[in-house]
Write a protein that binds this ligand. Structure first.
Ligand code: FAD
Length: 506
């Protein structure tokens, strides 16, 4: 559109990606695989600065992303020491000693008028149904530590991966599709005075990299979108209290389980991400409620295995840029937004940003394309934010100041409405394009202890004998499927044994 609004009217041929973490290399892989023949793509990264070094648990949409790019799953998993993730085990979230799993599966069988859990609620009250967990293949498989690929994509799964090996893997892939990698530190971002758009990056060694479209993947530094273009940041720390993390890697003391563990603590939580060759561990906490020393002590005293890499701290601010796409710059990954890692959603949001950019890929950048991109991404970010906040607020814990604060804080109105609706009716308000489907909301809301007051009247239409048979058939079907699965790691040892990383050119 008009120059006044900050668009320079240039045809987009040269794409410059600033940063080579997960965001940078995912963007490079997708852009080069899909548009490499018509674009000139350069990625600048600095070995000396390095990457954030965390981000190893994913959600099932990454499987789809890889399929779109025709990435071979066995090669990818072997190269990244990958394991399968069927869900997240939330330990100590509803109350100390309680555990539930948010699985990626479908629970039971929905009717078009009412979700399965309405039938389950009635059956359970009548003593005709077991635990809600018994009706989901992925959840049962996670609990029994089993996995295999089933026909017709019957099993929903994601991956645990080694983040630095993933960046290496994607680098090889992207270079194979023509991406030019430049090693060096960005010293300056050159702005065109007339349009306010970015013209070029100047490196410390004096090299200048010109481009038409810039993708800011410089992590929390946000060198392009934040520092150069001055796009502000909406802070969500009143809903998401955690602002600090400490991460480390340890040797594995047992075979990897097919789920991430999220273990609630005094003023935050810890993750355990089991890979083939090691375990990723971290503590996420609020510095308002616990000191760095206390968090470190809580963390180190609960680790299993030998420490392979000394713990490193990460500070963050939850929130999002006012605009993730501004002028000729699109911010992906930590440069654009960060909702803390509880539901492993950042890699997904990177992927969504990339796919939306590919859909809207401009010959010439227009304000309409920018506005549409930002509006869609905003809606997605707020949905994910609400889902994560739910875990903190819907708790019965009141044992520390931290849990008392999150348990009684005021919620975003959009989340409050969802909780109220579920509590009153057992129904979940859900828009089909949203990431977390009804079953995710139901699993987490019931897991956190929100009990609906009533079920849908349709569940009363079934006679008791019919209801009992319906429940039994589903449960037996789940059990029969899960029984035939091998142990998770036995399967992976045959399917994608982790390989030693190959050397990359300098
Ligand atoms: P970074 O990894 O920080 O990469 C930034 C890149 O920019 C680097 O290559 C760096 O060298 C380069 N750079 C910076 N400045 C310059 C400069 N001046 N010149 C040249 N290059 C420069 N996400 C998930 O999906 N699942 C998880 O389980 C998960 N866990 C997380 C846990 C924590 C504690 C945190 C903080 C985040 C977590 N995330 C998770 C988010 C995840 O880590 C990121 O989404 C992912 O790593 C992408 O990071 P990035 O590429 O945006 O930034």
């Amino acid at each position: 559109m008009s120059q006044a609004e900050g668009i320079n009217g240039k045809t987009v041929r040269r794409v410059v990606i600033a940063g080579g973490g997960t965001a940078g290399w995912m963007a490079a892989a997708a852009l080069s695989r899909m548009l490499g023949k018509v674009l000139d793509i350069t990625l600048v990264e600095s070995e000396e600065i390095g990457t954030v070094g965390v981000g190893e648990a994913t959600i099932p949409t990454l499987v789809t992303f890889h399929r779109l790019l025709e990435i071979n799953e066995q090669e990818f998993m072997a190269a990244t020491q990958g394991t399968i993730k069927l869900g997240i085990s939330f330990e100590g979230w509803r109350e100390v000693g309680h555990r539930y799993i948010h699985s990626f599966g479908v629970t039971g069988r929905d009717h078009w008028m009412a979700n399965f859990h309405h039938f389950w609620m009635r059956a359970h009250a009548l003593g005709l149904a077991g635990s809600y967990d018994d009706y989901c293949i992925e959840l049962k498989a996670a609990l029994e530590d089993r996995f295999a690929h089933l026909p017709r994509y019957q099993m929903n799964y994601a991956y645990h991966l080694d983040a630095s090996l993933y960046a290496r893997f994607l680098r090889r892939f992207s270079e194979g599709y023509g991406v030019r990698r430049v090693e060096g530190k960005i010293a300056d971002v050159q702005i065109d005075g007339a349009s306010g758009c970015i013209d070029a990056l100047r490196l410390e060694n004096g090299d200048v990299i010109e481009g038409d479209l810039f993708v800011d993947c410089t992590g929390f530094r946000a060198l392009l979108i934040g520092k150069a273009l001055n796009v502000g940041f909406t802070d969500w720390s009143h809903w998401l209290l955690n602002d600090s993390a400490l991460a480390t890697q340890t040797t594995a003391v047992r075979d990897a389980v097919p789920y991430t563990r999220a273990i609630a603590g005094r003023a935050g939580w810890q993750w355990r991400i089991p890979l083939q060759h090691r375990v990723g561990n971290g503590i996420v906490y609020s510095s308002r409620f616990i000191s760095d020393e206390e968090a470190r002590e809580e963390f180190l005293s609960s680790l299993e295995g030998e420490i392979i890499k000394q713990p490193w701290p990460v500070r963050f601010r939850p929130g999002q840029r006012h605009k993730c796409w501004s002028r000729n710059c699109v911010a992906l990954g930590l440069a654009g937004s960060f909702i803390e890692p509880l539901e492993s959603t950042t890699i997904h949001l990177i992927q969504r940003g990339i796919l939306r950019l590919l859909h809207a890929f401009p010959h010439v950048i227009t304000q309409e394309a920018i506005d549409d991109y930002n509006a869609r991404l905003d809606a997605e970010l707020q949905h994910v934010r609400d889902f994560v906040v739910l875990h903190y607020h819907a708790t019965r814990r009141r044992d520390t100041p931290y849990w008392r604060t999150v348990g009684t804080m005021e919620l975003p109105p959009s989340l409050q409405r969802r909780i109220d609706l579920f509590r009153e009716t057992g129904n979940v308000y859900h828009v089909p394009t949203e990431l977390f489907a009804e079953n995710s909301w139901i699993q987490v809301m019931t897991g956190q202890g929100i009990v609906p007051k009533r079920h849908h009247p349709l569940a009363d239409v079934m006679g008791e004998a019919e209801l009992a048979r319906f429940m039994r058939e589903i449960r037996e079907g789940v059990n029969a499927t899960v029984r035939q699965l091998p142990a998770h790691m036995d399967y992976l040892r045959g399917y994608c044994p982790g390989e030693r990383p190959q050397a990359l050119p300098a």
